[in-house]
Design a protein around this ligand. Structure first.
Ligand SMILES: C[S@@+](CC[C@H](N)C(=O)[O-])C[C@H]1O[C@@H](n2cnc3c(N)ncnc32)[C@H](O)[C@@H]1O
Length: 398
């Protein structure tokens, strides 16, 4: 058992502290109702998505806005984290070129985005497609009622072209987008015990009613899934995202023609479960403070895990989908034509040019989002190789 450390975190303002106290009370009750122990995936699901309380479900999400920038044009730290579409519309405009190829190839005209955040990606993809002469229809599936309301306000100018779906479609043909959505799906935590036993890590309450880690023997489904992916290394702790795999398998049923572009941070399995990554990839964001303790400040901090892209590719194959490409975000954006879009700006207008280039450098830089972030494309019925993967396709590494 391990107590969670809370010492070096930023102090919460009184509204956030009260909100977190309410979320913590909800989680305590959930632990008690479950008999004293909640598997971590259930903890994460409640901490992020409990209606009115979870981080994504209670107006708590503070996405940094591209409206607030520093002198170099980079969004300033208003929120808990910054995503690529919030950094610059050029991200979505570049993505739109790949989306256009998929729509043209399949003679379809609908985009379906999962987890659209503030609506920034939808807005820039629609603008990019309009610029390419494609009047697409846009559909969004968003689990957070709060974010859905924000998206509806932002995307109102598109009228009926943008619609929100309450459930997965039975059938869909077109292009699917998900940027930083897989990392926000609840993960199971496991720990290898002695003698090659797999333990599941969950949350319990200590004598003072504080949250504390507790490991229990994993059920056969989790134990088998873990054992199939890595050798037993006593003390090794990591995550497994069975919900994301189920999501991918479901897509195998409803995606009748087209491709899904999944953008997120993560690695192939050999890196994910590398012996040296013995503490896993769980990461929390609290007012731009990144740390690894998901038990503090429930309801006001984001909790994420990196994506095992091999698991996603395997789930796609099992569901009858083809892997169409896998590469770094930097390679994908360059292949899809980011440099050509950038060339439309005049370097002689030094101030404006610097504002445009600064966030693009962040997207491409190996030290920032260019290498850690990857793009995986899966689909069905695509005839031509996708341009985003024409150079440096790393599918063979999955
Ligand atoms: C980290 S935010 C990313 C937002 C946006 N895509 C961006 O890049 O700025 C994660 C988003 O995924 C949503 N989400 C998480 N799980 C989801 C699911 N299973 N289906 C649809 N949306 C989901 C969250 O509510 C949130 O909007």
């Amino acid at each position: 058992m391990q107590r969670s450390a809370t010492s070096s975190f930023p102090a919460l303002d009184s509204d956030s502290a009260q909100h977190s106290a309410r979320t913590a009370a909800h989680l305590r009750l959930a632990i008690q109702t479950a008999g004293g122990w909640l598997p971590f995936d259930q903890w994460m699901a409640q901490a992020l998505y409990a209606p009115g309380l979870g981080y994504y479900a209670a107006s708590a999400v503070k996405l940094a806005s591209s409206d607030a920038t520093d002198a170099r044009g980079t969004p300033i730290a208003l929120g808990d984290f910054v995503t690529a579409p919030e950094l610059t519309p050029l991200f979505g405009h570049t993505l739109a070129r790949q989306v256009a190829q998929i729509l043209n190839d399949t003679d379809t005209h609908t985009v379906l985005e999962f987890g659209a955040g503030s609506g920034a990606l939808a807005e820039s993809v629609l603008t990019g497609l309009d610029d390419l002469g494609i009047t697409a229809q846009y559909r969004i599936i968003e689990v957070s009622a709060d974010l859905r309301a924000r998206q509806q306000t932002r995307l109102a100018p598109y009228g009926e072209r943008v619609q929100w779906l309450d459930a997965l479609p039975d059938r869909f043909a077109g292009c699917v987008l998900a940027n930083e959505v897989l990392d926000a799906m609840p993960v199971s935590l496991f720990c290898w015990g002695d003698e090659a036993t797999v333990l599941e890590r969950g949350v319990a309450l200590d004598a003072n009613g504080e949250f504390t880690w507790e490991d229990r023997p994993a059920g056969p489904a989790l134990a088998n899934a873990v054992a199939a992916r890595m050798p037993g290394l006593p003390g090794y702790v990591s995550e497994i995202n069975l919900q994301a795999e189920a999501w991918m398998q479901a897509m195998g049923h409803w995606l009748t023609q087209g491709a899904a572009l999944l953008l997120d941070y993560g690695f192939p399995r050999s890196e994910y479960y590398h012996p040296q990554r013995a503490g896993g990839t769980l990461m929390c964001h609290l007012h731009h403070h990144a740390h690894a303790d998901p038990l503090i400040a429930p309801g006001v901090q984001d909790i994420t895990a990196h994506v095992d892209f091999t698991a996603m590719a395997d789930a796609a194959h099992e569901a009858g989908l083809q892997v169409l490409g896998y590469t770094s975000q930097a390679r994908f954006l360059m292949n899809a034509g980011l440099a050509e879009l950038l060339a439309q700006y005049d370097p002689a207008d030094a101030r404006r040019y610097a504002q445009v280039v600064a966030p693009v450098q962040k997207l491409l830089s190996e030290a920032e989002m260019g290498e850690l972030f990857k793009v995986l494309a899966v689909g069905r019925g695509i005839q031509t190789p996708l341009q985003g993967f024409k150079r440096a396709d790393r599918s063979a590494a999955l």
